[in-house]
Design a protein around this ligand. Structure first.
Ligand code: ZN
Length: 513
């Protein structure tokens, strides 16, 4: 059974479900965060398919401090804001905070891939008073939480630590404050100049009620508090949080031992590696989720993210990742159509759609389209019609147009040399072996009477190659060399058929001189 359907199965008798995901608004969302959104959306859809009363929320952690400077922010301008809540820092856009600015960008990305969770603001949860009771419970249970830190995360917070960080009334920072006491009504705090490396507190000492948005709980306590307050029943996390002694493990203990709830159903999903690097959003090392989402049609992005959440994704747009993804997606569509017997893969195809049902009409391979648009004389639609064997429907034409656009984007920005070629106007200087010459000589003769289509030429080529006992590599590289000036290229029969017959024969004769 497809993993999301399995989860829905596990939860079918457990009442209404709230699927949740969250993200800190400290920079442009990286592509790994998009994986979380899509995985949770898939579970949300699977639960709804089971007719389970389900909602999907997404919390913007906009009350978190700015604890790092993304490379795309002006350091001089933003350094003084380090340690302040993201929601209190102005952006370059008039009237928008940095938190809003980054959130808007990510919400647009969510829409591109067809996810529409209910967006919540962590700050609003605090300000509205919804978190008050959890704050009180956490502060009352400070000794127990210190023990959990020691036991689970091997962190000794000391005996005077409290799970609350007020916003300093003097300097507005939240990343620098430390609560030093709690009397049931107010917390006493210090804004520490040296507590963290990334921000300097002002030294202010104050006393304030911790309720109604005057401060927040640290992330490891806040997460289970949200589970309790909102009634979240399903929430997974990326591998960096799911390791033993990690944030999730800690959250589970706090949920049970402090907030007296069972933690939500867990889905620990794997990393997303971009060009071999682990994503790190706030440091600006990772690829912007929106940029990646725009490289691919939404169904391919979703397909990549959900087909196996336990497997790390290695995404390298400068390699063969993109054409391979399209091919694999096409295989999933075959399964969906029942032409192959892979029921889980069929489900992946179904859940990969931005909306509606998968397109099941005829569509050429992505790589073929990418090759076709590099050839001077090819009518992609006519070619497609020949391959299909009947006229294209309007929907099929539309789908081909979409693939052409993505292929152009890929070729222009990323495609490696092996996928790019240009037919040489003049015969390139090449040195051919005797075997290669004999092979081309016969090919030239055969071509004169061959029907000018890819399949026919392909079959002739193979017949000649076999009769000469020449290796495929030697045979085909001879063809690529004389037309492209390099030793590899697109599928040869089809490639030759895309060229003018007289031109091909002339080039072969020139090469054999
Ligand atoms: Zn301060």
């Amino acid at each position: 059974m497809f993993w999301a359907d399995q989860i829905a199965n596990d939860l079918k008798d457990k009442g209404p479900q709230l699927v949740d995901d969250a993200w800190t608004t400290s920079g442009f969302a990286h592509i790994g965060s998009l994986r979380g959104i899509i995985i949770h959306d898939t579970i949300f859809r699977a639960l709804k398919n089971r007719k389970i009363n389900t909602a999907y929320s997404f919390i913007l952690d906009d009350f978190d401090p700015m604890d790092g400077l993304p490379i795309y922010l002006d350091a001089e301008k933003y350094l003084p804001f380090m340690g302040m809540p993201m929601r209190s820092i102005p952006s370059e856009v008039e009237g928008k905070t940095l938190a809003d600015f980054f959130a808007d960008d990510f919400i647009k990305t969510m829409e591109i891939v067809g996810t529409n969770p209910e967006i919540l603001s962590a700050y609003e949860l605090y300000k509205s008073g919804q978190m008050d009771e959890a704050i009180r419970v956490a502060l009352d249970n400070a000794p127990k939480i210190r023990e959990i830190y020691k036991k689970v995360s091997r962190i000794d917070k000391g005996d005077e630590w409290y799970p609350f960080n007020p916003v300093c009334e003097e300097c507005g920072k939240i990343g620098t404050t430390r609560t030093i006491n709690w009397n049931g009504k107010e917390v006493g705090y210090i804004c520490e100049p040296e507590m963290v490396k990334w921000a300097k507190g002002c030294g202010h000492k104050g006393k304030i009620s911790p309720f109604g948005g005057t401060g927040k709980m640290p992330y490891r306590i806040e997460w289970p508090a949200k589970w309790k307050v909102l009634g979240i029943t399903v929430e997974g996390e990326g591998k960096d949080h799911s390791a033993a002694t990690g944030t999730r493990d800690m959250g589970n203990h706090v949920a049970r031992e402090v907030f007296s709830i069972e933690p939500p159903y867990d889905i620990p999903y794997e990393f997303f590696l971009f060009e071999g690097k682990k994503m790190s959003g706030s440091k600006g090392l990772g690829a912007n989720a929106k940029d990646v989402a725009e490289l691919l049609p939404p169904e391919i992005t979703r397909f990549m993210m959900i087909r196996n959440y336990k497997r790390a994704i290695e995404f390298n747009p400068k390699g063969a990742t993109i054409p391979t993804l399209f091919d694999e997606y096409d295989k999933a569509i075959l399964a969906y159509k029942g032409e192959t017997d892979f029921p889980d893969l069929a489900k992946v195809a179904e859940y990969s759609q931005k909306e509606g049902k998968p397109f099941t009409g005829y569509r050429p391979r992505f790589i073929k389209i990418a090759y076709s648009i590099q050839l001077p004389r090819v009518d992609i639609f006519k070619d497609a019609e020949t391959e299909k064997g009947s006229p294209l429907t309007n929907e099929e034409k539309h789908e081909i147009t979409i693939r052409i656009a993505y292929a152009e984007k890929w070729l222009t920005n990323f495609a490696p040399e092996q996928f790019k070629f240009q037919v040489k106007e003049a015969a390139p200087e090449v040195s051919l072996s005797e075997d290669q010459k004999r092979f081309l000589e016969n090919f030239e003769k055969e071509l004169q009477t061959t029907d000018w289509n890819g399949q026919e030429i392909h079959e002739r080529l193979h017949a000649i190659k076999n009769s000469f006992n020449i290796s495929p590599k030697d045979a085909f590289s001879a063809i690529y060399m004389i037309f492209l000036g390099k030793d590899s290229g697109p599928q040869a029969g089809w490639f030759i058929s895309s060229l003018d017959k007289d031109f091909v024969l002339k080039r072969l004769r020139e090469a054999l001189k």
